[in-house]
Design a binder for this molecule. Structure first.
Ligand SMILES: CC(C)(COP(=O)(O)OP(=O)(O)OC[C@H]1O[C@@H](n2cnc3c(N)ncnc32)[C@H](O)[C@@H]1OP(=O)(O)O)[C@@H](O)C(=O)NCCC(=O)NCCS
Length: 176
């Protein structure tokens, strides 16, 4: 369990399935991500949560719920895809639309970066977002990550090729 001023970052459990489905089911979450299905399948979150548990245990990921401490409600999900052969983690996050614009993604991601370098033993943390998604890459900038490049038409969503913007940082450059 990780804690910030306003948030708890904790393991996901079966009790989170309903709210995950509700929040991740909004097209505005699926629109700028590659792995969230739309429409979100009814009952799909429970299977996703058990796969998260498996991947976390195998250290392939470190994926957690982001919880608002005030009312103990899940407001998003945050995590790393881990490549422990290289002590490298790719951070990813979403925050439910009703909670956007309040600094929650930045607050949660800052804590995760600290956790990544100091607890998971990562040497490099990086992130990729659609170039057209400033809400995401601004979070990366606020974490102190540096812009490393833009990969033109690197992925495809539906019929559209999408540019990806990469940000990253290494432990020796991390100050906190
Ligand atoms: C991207 C996302 C996580 C941002 O969450 P958030 O909690 O609203 O982000 P924050 O409040 O911490 O904002 C971080 C910065 O981005 C800016 N920002 C947020 N949304 C923005 C938008 N749509 N357009 C431009 N800037 C935006 C904020 O203003 C803030 O910058 P500032 O402090 O200079 O004003 C959220 O919009 C989301 O979940 N989107 C859908 C899923 C997604 O795209 N995830 C990222 C995949 S790589």
């Amino acid at each position: 369990m990780l804690e910030t001023n306003r948030l708890l970052i904790r393991e996901l459990g079966a009790e989170d399935a309903e709210i995950v489905e509700e929040l991740a089911g909004d097209y505005d979450i699926a629109k700028t991500t590659l792995s969230i299905p739309h429409p979100y399948p009814k009952g799909g979150a429970i299977g996703w949560i058990s796969s998260v548990k498996e991947h976390n245990e195998a250290k392939r990921t470190a994926t957690f719920a982001t919880i608002n401490k005030e009312d103990n409600q899940l407001i998003g999900v945050i995590g790393f895809n881990l490549h422990m052969a290289f002590n490298r983690g790719e951070i990813n996050y979403w925050i439910g639309k009703p909670h956007w614009g309040k600094g929650y993604a930045t607050e949660a991601a800052k804590k995760m970066v600290h956790y990544g370098f100091h607890e998971l033993g990562l040497n490099r943390i990086y992130a990729a977002s659609f170039t057209s998604n400033p809400g995401s890459w601004k979070v990366m900038e606020k974490l102190g990550m540096k812009h490393e490049g833009t990969f033109k038409q690197h992925v495809k969503k539906g019929d559209e090729y999408i540019d990806l913007t990469y940000y990253g940082m290494v432990k020796e450059d991390y100050v906190v």
